[in-house]
Design a protein around this ligand. Structure first.
Ligand SMILES: Nc1nc2c(ncn2[C@@H]2O[C@H](COP(=O)(O)OP(=O)(O)OP(=O)(O)O)[C@@H](O)[C@H]2O)c(=O)[nH]1
Ligand SMILES: [Mg+2]
Ligand SMILES: [Zn+2]
Ligand SMILES: [Zn+2]
Ligand SMILES: [Zn+2]
Length: 477
């Protein structure tokens, strides 16, 4: 490693470390030192709202790792100034070569952009989640996480909907176990117990690790180590240093003892669960559509039968046929109702005219990335069409029924004789159609049931799932 670049020669002297910047897929990784495969490593994921001090914590962790002391009057920066102004991407910092100085392990720190607070907050939050998912899923990405730090600013009501959103996302990725590894990292602390904040976390149902006293595990920092020391500020800065150092010591002690969260498996289970759920939803709609088609045929039979009775000899004499009024089931496209804040979309197949993922397609940015797609093909719709036949939009297919008047000829057309078959009466063809639909319905139910069993198996391994709204409706049909 070449020497660090001096940025400021006051007190403290500030050095920008020379780092190696690489790409992990579309993500940036910043490395300090040389990776040694044999040495243990611990991974920290930092999340929280913008400006709470995540990037500053990355620097503080580095300085702690190399054993910088207040008296040294130096400060190292891992995170470049431009990345600290406001982090715009998920950045993975890997800090090697300092094992056994202060820490018995190397560090991987995932710095994330603050959630919320931008013009296009919804889209941005989804994008961050997407990037994190990519990071955890790719082979050269991150396989385990030892601590999830919820970074919050002390004395600011920090438990916003956004923090809850971040937490729910992480929980959805790692499963319920994430609680044991989640801690509060309180910045801008003045050393007082942040009781209100911790209470607010509990109230928002954001579950964290608990200490012996059943209190949320929380570490306090006042990261102002890079601030210029003057006669006036020295004492206050030294106090801030001491507080942060204590927080660091405790936090890294926690890290040393926390078992890794292996999200890789959970991730795959999670994705498979979403996929199965989507396929079951799709099948339920197909079952309903088949049931309604079956009813249409039955009603046609009834109508024809009534017609026959009405057809007195007199009518027969003057009219050839009576029209029948029957229900007809069809599919229509409709915009999604904005029950949520307008970001709800569905993945639909334009060939099959089916909803392949609805509801619940919240993670994928487009149809290609949707969980139902495997190797570029949909696993949900009838014809397992290529992803390219799908769109993800604010639209979905709905099943509708209208009453139509049909003549005898029109029905003869509708229920066509199959080519090459010996001629059979319309009534027989209707009977045959009914049988076909009944068989189809049974097959669809069996298929849905099979998927449902698979889903239950997956759910057994994961107690983070509270309930399946689908369960009752599948088994009852
Ligand atoms: N006094 C004080 N200032 C802090 C502390 N932590 C961070 N800051 C300052 O708060 C500002 C924002 O810090 P960042 O580390 O960039 O915040 P961030 O969470 O990375 O922000 P985003 O990248 O936008 O999500 C900077 O000016 C820091 O110097 C702290 O513990 N005490
Ligand atoms: Mg930042
Ligand atoms: Zn299709
Ligand atoms: Zn999807
Ligand atoms: Zn499809």
């Amino acid at each position: 490693m070449s020497g660090p670049e001096k940025l400021c020669s006051g007190s403290p002297k500030i050095y920008q470390l020379r780092t190696k910047i690489q790409k992990i897929g579309s993500l940036t990784s910043v490395t300090v030192g040389e990776k040694q495969e044999t040495k243990p490593n611990k991974t920290i994921l930092l999340v929280g709202e913008t400006g709470t001090g995540k990037s500053t914590l990355v620097n503080a962790l580095f300085n702690y790792a190399v054993g910088v002391k207040f008296e040294d009057e130096i400060w190292f920066q891992v995170v470049a100034n431009e990345d600290r102004r406001q982090t715009s991407d998920v950045i993975v910092y890997q800090i090697f070569g300092f094992e056994n100085q202060t820490l018995p392990f190397s560090l991987t720190i995932i710095d994330t952009p603050g959630y919320g607070d931008t013009q296009d907050a919804d889209h941005n939050n989804i994008r961050i989640n997407q990037k994190l998912m990519e990071l955890f899923q790719s082979a050269d990405g991150i396989q385990e996480v030892h601590a999830v730090g919820l970074v919050m600013k002390d004395r600011e009501n920090p438990v916003s909907d956004r923090l809850k959103y971040i937490y729910d996302f992480i929980k959805s990725q790692f499963g319920k176990d994430v609680e044991k590894n989640t801690v509060a990292l309180m910045t801008n602390s003045q050393g007082e117990e942040p009781a209100d904040t911790l209470e607010a976390l509990e109230a928002a149902n954001i579950k964290c690790a608990k200490d012996e006293e059943n209190e949320i595990v929380c570490f306090q920092f006042d990261n102002r180590q890079d601030k210029k020391q003057t006669k006036k500020s020295k004492l206050s800065l030294e106090n801030a240093w001491r507080l942060s150092r204590g927080g660091m010591e405790e936090f890294l002690g926690f890290l040393e003892n926390s078992p890794p969260l292996q999200q890789k498996v959970v991730m795959e289970d999670q994705k498979e669960r979403i996929r199965l759920t989507a396929c079951i939803q799709n099948l339920q709609e197909r079952i309903r559509f088949t049931e309604l088609n079956l009813r249409d045929v039955e009603r046609t039979q009834e109508a024809l039968c009534i017609n026959k009775q009405k057809m007195t000899d007199l009518i027969k004499k003057y009219t050839k046929n009576l029209n029948v009024l029957i229900p007809e089931t069809y599919k229509d496209m409709e915009p999604l109702r904005d029950e949520t804040c307008g970001s709800d979309t569905a993945v639909i197949c334009l060939v099959c005219k089916e909803n392949c993922h609805y509801p619940g397609c919240t993670k994928a940015l487009n149809a290609q990335q949707c969980e139902v797609m495997i190797n570029g093909k949909c696993t949900s719709c009838t014809n397992t069409c290529p992803a390219s036949e799908h769109v993800k939009q604010n639209l979905r297919f709905v099943i509708k029924t209208k009453m139509v008047e049909r003549s005898q000829e029109a029905l003869e057309q509708q229920y066509k004789q199959e080519a090459g078959e010996k001629k059979v009466k319309l009534s027989e063809r209707l009977e045959k159609e009914k049988m076909k639909l009944t068989t189809k319905k049974r097959q669809l139910i069996n298929e849905a049931y099979g998927l449902f069993i698979q889903l239950q198996e997956l759910a057994k391994n994961d107690d983070s799932i509270d309930d399946f709204p689908l369960v009752s409706s599948v088994t009852s049909s």
